[in-house]
Design a protein around this ligand. Sequence first.
Ligand SMILES: [Zn+2]
Length: 430
Amino acid sequence: MQTYLLKHATLATLYPAKIEQADLRVAEGKIIEKGAELPRRDGDIEVDCSGKLMLPGMVCAHTHLYSALARGMPGPKEPPINFPQILEKVWWKLDRALDEEAIYYSAVAGILDAIACGTTTIIDHHASPGCISGSLKIMKEAFEMLGMRGVLCYEVTDRGGEAERDQGIEENRWLLEHQSELVKGLVGAHAAFTLSDESLKMCAGLVRAYQTGIHIHLAEDVCDVKTSLDQYDKSVASRLASFGLLNDKSLLAHGVHVSREELAWIRNIWCWLIHNPRSNMNNAVGYAPIDEFGDRAALGTDGISSNMFEEIKCMYFKAQDEKVPFGPEECIRFLNGGQRIASTLFGLPIGALEVGAAADLIVLDYPSPTPIHAGNLGGHLIFGMTHAHVDSVMIAGKFVLQNRHFTHPDATAFYQQAQQAAAKLWQRMS
Ligand SMILES: [Zn+2]
């Protein structure tokens, strides 16, 4: 594998914030040396980063790449009036229409977009009930071909009956048996309100067998809470916990309708709560009590791209609008949460510009009219930096974007092919 010597960058670590000047040497997917004026060695490719800002790569802690081909698609004839209708009229129509080609190009287009935004790890929650078996293999191939780091799972659900549920379970098992350096697995489940006790028990069997966690939507809308109380006489989180599904690798997306008391015991179990501000606003499901999410909180996009520069801005502005006392640093803590999750799931430091950490980093061409220091990095991230400043992206020691160009030679063709796949997908949905 190629060795790189990255010279003269200003290194900006997000949380805790740190700004420093140093050179980095990268080999075998990791940062192997850091220091002032590192000498060039035989075989090094030297990259001059003078005047540029280098950050650890962004991690999107919850998304659905299957929605990548939904951009601009026609809406339903009758607009949905609540969250269950949004699922039924939009997303459950779209995911059932996905075939192998649409799954592949959703993943490819979503990954390319993520790379261009400086996202270096995508934690995905996949559903394609018309094409379950083999879907994660298709996605895994897209991640590995484009050099993206990912955590994949299949959303197990009862909404299509037992046979589809069983295929979903097996799809998760397949990925957990075929993890690679770039692609890891979790046990996916849609949401408690579409899962019977028997199905949750099957998910728990996988969680135990592979010593991993579950990735599930938690109390995104009141419908999840109401179903749990009416049919099972338990809160959503207590029902999941009663099957042993909550542990320190479990990712609970949204957590909008969770009481403060319940958040206190969820924090004690050490599972992760993933805030998705743009999606919550878009679906009008409510505002999550993020000031009670605690230390193990992260930021996701829930399918609205994997652009963490946009997501963190929306998180911040929504918090101000709701009068939640979250400054830029608190928002960065959530962003860093994704890097901490990735570090746990990949078993190596991700999100640090230090020796031994994954060489997942982004180089920004960010001309700032004001000084940048550790005390105001958050202010720059919220009010200054955007994805448009992303100049180069390295994942696991390989440049996937350099000087604003994808390094994969077929990237332009992939976008054209994705457009054709999208047109066919929309046709099947109509
Ligand atoms: Zn989601």
